[in-house]
Design a protein around this ligand. Structure first.
Ligand SMILES: [Zn+2]
Length: 373
């Protein structure tokens, strides 16, 4: 009798386990369906607002053939990479774009078109160097998202009811390229004193450097790893400089004592890559430090070997990481929070960039910058 009961209990236990097992398997399968995007999602995604986004890569590929067989096309049309046709009542001059070098993408805004735009007005051209093209429609705006395989500069040429798109190597557009990394961001606040975060001071100085870059008399392409309070992986920061084969890579930071306690320690220091055999990293760091000392009249902590820092040792281009001041020194903390001081620091870094580029033999012409909208 007892043996029979045990048998039943064991059977019940096995059944219960089987139920658990099947339940978990079922849940896993459901989860898998959610997590693995199916083929439909790749070509036809829908964002939160119910805006349909579809890939127009295939439409372009069929356009490739169109482009080569259409003998009526003028040389002018063929010399451009992509051609968009707009409905008669749409002003081609209102087509604008934004670029994001970090994601190698452009967002082209086309006013006054509807969701069937690319079917009604096929795009022609070459898909060379283009990874993905998607089209979304929101309100009376069409948004064409273009992702390229390499970082490119996009230019638009408007003629009649056509908009021509061309993608250039940034080095063909600019006389020199500088990547500015604004340290920390998002959840990574960096050093802090109460509610004063290093990430925000870095950004404030970076913004001012961006302004000096924008009004530069030289045709230098400035790229920033962030211009918002975003968390950015270290790998992505250094990849921007390496992918662009930047002439210089500058990272903006601020310092603190190891303990984070207030102290008398203060001053600017700039790190460089010892393993850079060209010596350009050290030279750039020294120039940054000298300009900072002159502009800020602060204490010098010197140039320091920084190969233990990931973005420094992974940089394939001349790199300097400027620690402008100490948040753990009351006087310097007050200075770093002062917009005038931030501006002086940014201008010093701008001057150091121009000086180093010239020393390195960059042919900086005072030319007109490409018009961007
Ligand atoms: Zn930092």
């Amino acid at each position: 009798m007892a043996g029979y009961l045990i048998k039943i209990r064991m059977q019940k236990r096995i059944e219960r386990r089987l139920t658990y097992f099947l339940g978990i398997t079922f849940a896993a399968v459901i989860l898998l369906f959610y997590m693995v995007p199916d083929i439909h999602r790749v070509s036809l995604a829908s964002d939160g607002d119910g805006v349909a986004t579809y890939s127009v890569m295939d439409l372009l590929r069929s356009g490739d053939e169109l482009y080569s067989v259409d003998t009526t096309q003028t040389a002018k049309e063929v010399e451009h990479q992509l051609r968009l046709t707009l409905p008669m009542d749409v002003d081609p001059g209102k087509v604008s774009f934004t670029e994001d070098a970090m994601s190698k993408s452009f967002e082209l805004t086309i006013p006054g078109v509807d969701s069937s735009y690319f079917y009604d007005y096929p795009m022609v051209g070459s898909s060379d160097g283009i990874r993905e093209l998607t089209f979304a429609h929101a309100g009376d705006m069409g948004i064409l998202d273009i992702t390229t395989t390499k970082i490119k500069k996009l230019s638009l040429t408007v003629e009649d009811n056509y908009v021509y798109l061309d993608f250039a190597d940034p080095h063909d557009v600019y006389d020199a390229i500088v990547v500015v990394d604004i340290g920390h961001g998002g959840n990574d606040v960096g050093a802090n004193q109460g509610d004063i975060y290093e990430k925000n001071i870095n950004l404030a100085i970076g913004y001012r450097l961006l302004a000096y870059g924008a009004k530069s008399e030289y045709n230098i392409g400035f790229y920033f790893t962030r211009v918002d309070d975003d968390y950015i992986d270290l790998e992505d920061r250094v990849a921007l400089a390496n992918d662009l084969k930047a002439d210089l890579f500058l990272s903006i930071h601020n310092n603190s004592t190891a303990s984070g306690r207030m102290s008398g320690i203060n001053g600017a220091e700039v790190m460089y890559r010892v393993s850079d055999e060209t010596g350009r990293s050290r030279e750039f760091a020294e120039t940054c430090l000298n300009e900072l000392l002159e502009a800020l009249d602060c204490n010098s902590k010197g140039v320091v070997a920084g190969d233990n820092i990931y973005i420094i040792r992974s940089s394939e281009v001349p790199v300097a990481l400027a620690e402008i001041g100490f948040l753990t020194n009351q006087k310097e903390l007050d200075n770093l929070n002062d917009p005038g001081y931030q501006d002086k620091a940014a201008h010093a870094l701008y001057k150091a960039i121009v000086k180093t580029l010239k020393n390195n033999g960059a042919d900086l012409k005072k030319s007109i910058r490409l018009e961007e909208k």
